[in-house]
Design a protein around this ligand. Structure first.
Ligand SMILES: [Zn+2]
Length: 122
């Protein structure tokens, strides 16, 4: 009879991107990403608020990033990039205060193979 090796607690621990707490993985499908549903909701609400501010700036920056120098488009590109950097700095501070780690979350998404473009319906 085969006996499964003992499971070490460290192997079970996942880090919640919403609060930084360690939790045991589980659940169906791809498994849990967050420690609890309220934590997941708080993380996504905060991400949506952050994204609403950044989205138009990212779009403007992408559209103008190859603009010819000394044009209005180049000026808009510089402004958008500067604003993105400044706003992201503020958001990093808020994330750190709340224990949120967006880098961990993106790593989890990357590891799952899930891409935003695959989740959208056309
Ligand atoms: Zn959490």
């Amino acid at each position: 009879m085969n006996v499964a090796p003992p499971i070490v607690a460290a192997e079970l621990a996942c880090t919640c991107p919403g609060c930084g707490a360690a939790f045991a993985p589980g659940g169906r499908g791809l498994g849990k990403t967050f420690c609890s549903p309220p934590c997941r909701k708080r993380f996504h609400a905060a991400s949506q608020m952050d994204g609403a501010v950044l989205a138009p700036l990212v779009k403007a920056w992408i559209r103008t990033r190859h603009a010819k120098p000394d044009t209005r488009a180049a000026e808009i590109c510089r402004f958008a990039r500067q604003q993105l950097t400044e706003i992201a700095g503020v958001q990093f501070g808020r994330d750190a205060d709340a224990g949120r780690d967006p880098v961990t979350f993106v790593g989890t998404l990357m590891d799952s193979g899930t891409r935003y473009i695959d989740r959208t319906r056309k």
